[in-house]
Ligand binder design. Structure first.
Ligand SMILES: [Zn+2]
Ligand SMILES: [Zn+2]
Length: 217
């Protein structure tokens, strides 16, 4: 059995902490050791703990985090019953959304962007090859605040994505209406629209509203 490789630097210290390393583990550690940030390109990722029992590799420059697919599955299983989503948590974390396509730091596949949705406007990068996940700075924290951090695998399904895209389209349309009408008038017209929807004589009310002279004979 080979002894632990003391020359491994701190980016692989979790590997060196093992009492011994098999050849396969040593190869893996060396591979992790040389893994570069997919956003910053030249910065080496450093091993750390993103959450209790969840190891990740993080970038000291952009503060992004790489979670290996198997690590995430293991954590979800240990994490136990799924936490209920917290809806009304306000977002105060500073998020960066570079939005640029990135390649998997592990297997070099072009990663796929997935919308988070549920009122959170950022995307997650997921590698369909090795199932690894890239999170930009503070994204894990933002997901955790809403208890969505244990839902990443569901987030990568088409069901979740269709819903998130529908939500994003609605948000884009709302932004257009706000820029056209102004925020106050948009809020008012929305209120009137909601009120009209509660009426059985909706058409009649709209006719009255749009008639230039509703008192003409
Ligand atoms: Zn980086
Ligand atoms: Zn990959």
């Amino acid at each position: 059995m080979p002894p632990p490789n003391k020359s491994l630097d701190r980016s692989a210290r979790h590997c060196a902490d093992e009492t011994y390393l098999t050849q396969q583990q040593t190869t893996l550690c060396v591979r992790i050791n040389s893994m570069k940030c997919p956003v910053c390109k030249s910065t080496e990722l450093i091993a750390g703990e993103l959450d209790e029992n969840l190891t990740s590799l993080n970038c000291p420059d952009c503060r992004g985090n790489w979670i290996r697919g198997a690590e995430y599955w293991k954590w979800v299983e240990q994490h136990g019953s799924e936490l209920a989503e917290r809806v009304h948590e306000t977002e105060s974390l500073s998020l960066v959304e570079p939005g640029l396509p990135i390649d998997c730091p592990e297997c070099r596949f072009r990663m796929v962007k997935y919308l988070v949705g549920r009122g959170l406007s950022f995307t997650l990068d997921h590698c369909q090859g090795c199932k690894g996940i890239w999170l930009d700075r503070n994204e894990w924290e933002a997901l955790k605040k809403r208890n969505l951090h244990d839902d990443l695998n569901t987030m990568f399904t088409s069901f979740w994505q269709n819903e998130a895209h529908r939500e994003a389209r609605k948000k884009r349309m709302e932004d257009i209406y706000i820029s056209r009408f102004g925020a106050d008038d948009y809020a008012e017209i929305k209120r009137i629209r909601w009120w009209l929807d509660t009426k059985t004589n909706r058409e009649e009310l709209i006719a009255y509203l749009t008639d230039r002279d509703p008192f003409a004979a």
